[in-house]
Design a protein around this ligand. Structure first.
Ligand code: NDP
Length: 341
């Protein structure tokens, strides 16, 4: 077979990372990079393709082997999968097996009763659509994006198991499932011979809800945890610490984060954390990410980025020495009173 040359030659140094860069995903055999890149924002049709490409190739060059998607990422919905599909086709064709690519279904994707929720009809049709947009014959992880109590759990989990049995996915995961539902879903998936290897909840210093029950449940079940929005969509960075909202930020560009989310209380917490970060030679983003990664059940932090510097900053967090008990106490004190982000 003739092989067309790929137009990007990945950095030969991409696997020269500190040993703790690789983390086992629960009790599975899959290892994830401590930092993974999500394509929720900044990779849609509305974004500059050259920047999307630079971020994806730059991440891979730096040992970030996991890219996370969902059917509805864009805007418009689906376009982030098309963007990654193009980079895979034009630049990374020979590197597919060095990458862990995930996608999800669970939120509204197309009109009518079959484009939303947890039915077998929706999940499997959506996965087929995702594969087409990505130009792939399988994804590495297929997630149910949220618990849907109006669908029998057996049906949603049966659809995930079918995705694996049919060769469309290698592993399955859950996202946004509360602890008790996750436990029931994990038991069903185990019975079906396709264990749940990963759970994707929101977890950051402004949202410590998963500490109540979920994180322990995941460790008990041998399920890896990948925390999404570990920077609270940018609030736990220097992005909003100045006087004005930067014109190129998620808030100003009309992303999911709104001006109303930038409350005085949250910004005060960010400023207190920033003072600690500076004293410890870290950026605020690094402190926030290193704090999430401190948890023994954490397989990866799933960041978003609008520029390569964000990715470098995050990798600095993964390389930082662990916090000592006194530092962790100082962080706890800085986030009081707890926010409800
Ligand atoms: P983050 O909390 O990491 O926020 C990312 C944003 O923070 C960036 O877009 C950028 O904002 C800013 N930022 C990142 N790094 C820095 C830095 N070093 N310095 C300054 N600013 C920085 O994560 P996201 O909310 O983007 O979520 C990450 C991924 O998680 C998504 O892409 C998706 O894959 C997944 N996710 C999953 C969900 C689910 O339901 N399962 C829900 C939400 C996300 P700016 O763009 O303004 O520059």
């Amino acid at each position: 077979m003739t092989h067309l040359a790929t137009s990007h030659l990945p950095a030969a140094t991409r696997y020269e990372r500190p040993p703790h860069h690789w983390r086992r995903c629960g009790s599975s055999g899959l290892r994830l990079p401590a930092v993974s890149l999500g394509l929720w924002h900044n990779f849609g049709d509305v974004d500059r393709y050259s920047n999307c490409r630079e971020l994806l190739l730059g991440a891979f060059d730096r040992g970030i082997t996991h890219f996370d998607l969902a059917n509805n990422y864009g805007p418009p919905p689906g376009s982030a999968e098309v963007t990654l599909g193009r980079v895979l086709r034009e630049d990374l064709r020979d590197y597919r097996d060095e990458l862990v690519i995930s996608t999800k279904a669970g939120y509204r994707m197309w009109p009518g009763p079959y484009g939303d929720g947890g039915s077998r009809k929706y999940l499997l049709s959506s996965l087929d659509q995702s594969l087409k947009r990505l130009g792939l014959d399988h994804v590495d992880i297929f997630y149910h994006h949220r618990a849907t109590p109006d669908t029998p759990l057996e049906e949603s989990m049966g659809a995930l198991a079918q995705a694996v049995r049919s060769g469309r996915a290698i592993y399955v995961g859950l996202s946004n499932y509360p602890a008790d539902e996750a436990r029931r879903a994990a038991a069903l998936l185990r019975e079906m011979g396709t264990p749940c290897i990963i759970h994707q909840p929101a977890y950051n210093l402004l949202n410590r809800g998963p500490e109540e029950e979920l994180l322990q449940t995941l460790q008990d079940e041998g399920i890896g945890c990948i925390a999404y929005s570990p920077l609270a969509q940018g609030i736990l960075t220097d992005r909003y610490l100045g006087h004005d909202v930067p014109a190129d930020s998620r808030v100003a560009r009309g992303g999911f984060l709104k001006g109303d989310d930038l409350t005085d209380e949250r910004l005060a917490i960010a400023r207190r954390l920033n003072t600690l970060a500076q004293a410890w030679g870290l950026t605020l983003a690094q402190l926030a990410l290193a704090w999430v990664l401190r948890h023994p059940g954490m397989s990866s932090v799933l960041i978003g980025a609008s520029r390569l510097a964000h990715i470098d900053d995050a990798l600095g967090a993964a390389a930082a020495p662990p916090f000592d008990a006194e530092q962790l106490r100082a962080i706890d004190a800085a986030v009081k009173p707890p926010s409800t982000f």
